[in-house]
Design a protein. Sequence first.
Length: 412
Amino acid sequence: MADAQILSSRPGMGRPGMGLPPLGAPGVGALVALALGTVGLTLTYGPAQGALFLIGGALGLSLYHAAFGFTSAWRVFILDGRGRGLRVQMLLLAMAVLLFFPALSSGTLFGNEVRGLVSPAGLGVIAGAFIFGIGMQLGGGCASGTLFTAGGGNARMLITLVFFIVGSLLGTVHFDWWASLPSLEPMALWQPFGAWGGIALSLAIFGAIALMTLRVERRRHGTLEQAPDSPVHGAARWLRGPWPLVAGAVALVVLNFLTLAISGRPWGITAAFALWGAKIAQLVGIDPTAWGYWQRPANAQALQSSIFADITTIMNFGIIAGAMLAASLAGRFAPSLRIPLRSVIAAVVGGLMLGYGARIAYGCNIGAYFSGIASGSLHGYLWAVAAFAGNILGVKLRPWFFMERRTSRADG
């Protein structure tokens, strides 16, 4: 997800028991946006839309306070062999399948119809996830990481976000060609094995990966990395952060499950970026409706409707507002436009790769990896392998763009 610069140290957080810093205009604005947005969406589109906007806000706050790093955790393991972040990701996935598989196999949750994010697993997924993996390391984050760091005041990640949207739109131009490449039919693990058989197989995979990281870390370092001490304790820590990684994992799983219960499908992010790009294209005189992707009924309907009717869009807006609130609570909302040229280039290139890769791979680290695997989709597992390979190459390319020390922690 996001780079290590976000939460490794926070001004004004050195003394437990200190009062909250003033929210300032960004924090107050975020609170107002969350309140008014919830009311407006509820009145216009119904209570479910308002609730999903609030869930997005909670996701943004949780992502920021926990600095839950997909990108950084993978980079730390690749560079230093430290696997704590990867092990927490395996815990995240384990909790998710335990909650999701029974509901998805039954087809209902709390009386509402639900479905998983299950897509074909083929060459398009491999290519797209590999491209996305490179983009993670150059862009400085994944899909959720780009949103929460941009919302938290990282100006460079705004550049990544802009080109993420451009890349997503470009991916829709070629989507049908990639989708035509050889692939397996969509399948979820709970279909052939049943809910509990799928859970057992999934937990075995996650456990094997966790054990592998333990062996690599002990071989390279002799001991396992310990979670850092927090400078803030007690109730203030849950308002101001930083949260433990495990707390972040629990929050993401619970909020994703609530998304499934309310919207009927798990959390996703990048389909909205393609929609935003298509809407902007229409404003400048480009007609995306000629492209096959936008002729699919659901996509065509989204393009014709207001973006505020789109579930993924309003959750993304909620994530940005929630992260802005979290950054203000932490006393860390301080955008800077002093961005080195090479870092800008990396954000542009990385953003384009993130957007294009996510679209042709049926999702990103959230829609394909987290929610895809939570849905039992084979394409989610294939995505993870190909994206990790892309991260290895991306890590090798980073020194050309960034002057940085080797990251040795999984947090942030």
